[in-house]
Design a protein around this ligand. Structure first.
Ligand code: ZN
Length: 377
């Protein structure tokens, strides 16, 4: 992969760039919708393309459990299996093992856990995670790290930093020693841990950045810590991470979080929020959050968001979407998901334009000012 910065903002660390991948270029800053089990819930590749999606995320833990790597390998890799010919990033499975699986037991060697589906026993370590991700054939492979919860004490955070540093070398070595499966390169992103502790963040960055060839991730944030602490850590890392590689902030977040993080030099994001919130009837719009299930939308025949060009906003009314979501109709979930994903991708596209035009600082202050009264944005 190659990363070229095409424009940089003079008033902040924001930059616009192009990340060349084996499955085509991605313009940054970019948002990656989450396709947990090999599908961005309710959206097919055609809808994703229309929404401006250029890269999606797949979850190693879920795909390993179902349908299993053997089936995906037989299909010719995840791109082939799910009919998506653009870039894919896969996570390491670690986060789900720590947060979702039952009875997990962590040592320096790896993690023993029980499936959240049937209680069956499994073991993940750097080699296992790399082998699964190699079989998935993602363009970007995430390092197997330990992500402690947001309220972790400094001792637990330090253990996680040590393991993450030890494991990144094992990830790199496994990938170097085992052949590619589908003829295209895979790039490993190391992950910086350290919770909300400055010294640990600096140490983690110093230890994992040498393993970065074209991209590095900021992990262990948006996991329950104070939001102010999250931005302090991103600000700190802006000075620690290489400027010539893309920076990926994992699991973030709300639209205003994305704008603030781009201002601090972040290039890539993923979050379940646009699709999950859509299914609960929460829509992101240029007017703030709209809870479409509210009584008042039953008879609101206006367009959901006149600033949006998605299929929902071009063709249907708030009243119709309110009805569909209230009766739990699949079409409602799909249209709402399409709108929210479009909102996120349009926001990223606007940021890229504003950076390229030299107006990002003013635009970002205006956007954040406008949205500050809107809870949930
Ligand atoms: Zn829309």
């Amino acid at each position: 992969m190659r990363f070229n910065i095409s424009a940089a903002d003079s008033g902040s660390s924001a930059r616009a760039g192009i990340l060349e991948t084996p499955h085509g270029p991605i313009t940054t800053p970019i948002f990656m919708p989450v396709g947990t089990v090999g599908a961005v819930k309710s959206l097919d590749p055609e809808a994703l393309n229309t929404a401006g999606v250029r890269i999606i995320l797949g979850n190693t833990y879920h795909l390993y459990l179902r349908p299993g790597t053997e089936i995906i390998n037989t299909a010719g890799g995840l791109h082939q299996f799910i009919g998506w010919d653009k870039p894919i990033l896969t996570d390491s499975g670690g986060f789900q093992v720590f947060s979702l699986a039952k009875m997990n037991k962590i040592t320096d060697d790896g993690v023993e856990f029980q499936s959240h589906l049937d209680g069956s026993r499994h073991f993940f370590n750097p080699a296992v995670s790399m082998e699964i991700q190699r079989n998935l054939g993602s363009d970007i492979i995430m390092a197997f790290d330990q992500c402690p919860p947001g309220d972790a004490g400094i001792e637990m955070a330090e253990v996680a930093v040590k393991r993450t540093s030890r494991w990144i070398a094992e990830c790199r070595d496994w990938l170097a020693e085992n052949p590619l499966l589908y003829g295209h390169d895979q790039t490993l992103f190391p992950i910086v841990q350290g919770s909300v502790y400055e010294e640990l963040r600096r140490r983690s960055a110093a230890e994992v950045v040498p393993f970065a060839t074209c991209g590095v991730a900021i992990g262990g944030l948006a996991v329950g810590e104070e939001k102010s602490a999250m931005f302090e850590m991103i600000d700190l890392l802006d000075g620690e991470l290489p400027r010539d590689q893309p920076r990926y902030l994992m699991g973030v977040g709300r639209p205003t979080d994305l704008v603030r993080a781009v201002r601090l030099g972040v290039d890539m994001f993923d979050c379940v929020m646009p699709t999950r919130n859509a299914r609960n009837g929460q829509l992101f719009t240029s007017h703030g959050i709209i809870n479409i299930k509210n009584q008042k939308y039953k008879t609101d025949f206006a367009t959901l968001d006149e600033a949006c060009d998605c299929y929902l906003c071009r063709n249907f009314t708030r009243a119709y979407l309110c009805h569909l979501i209230r009766v739990n109709e699949i079409l409602g979930l799909r249209l709402a998901s399409l709108h929210n994903v479009t909102y996120y991708l349009n926001l990223m596209s606007t940021m890229r334009e504003q950076i390229s035009d030299g107006n990002f600082t003013i635009w970002a202050a205006d956007y954040l000012g406008k949205m500050s009264d809107h809870q949930g944005m």
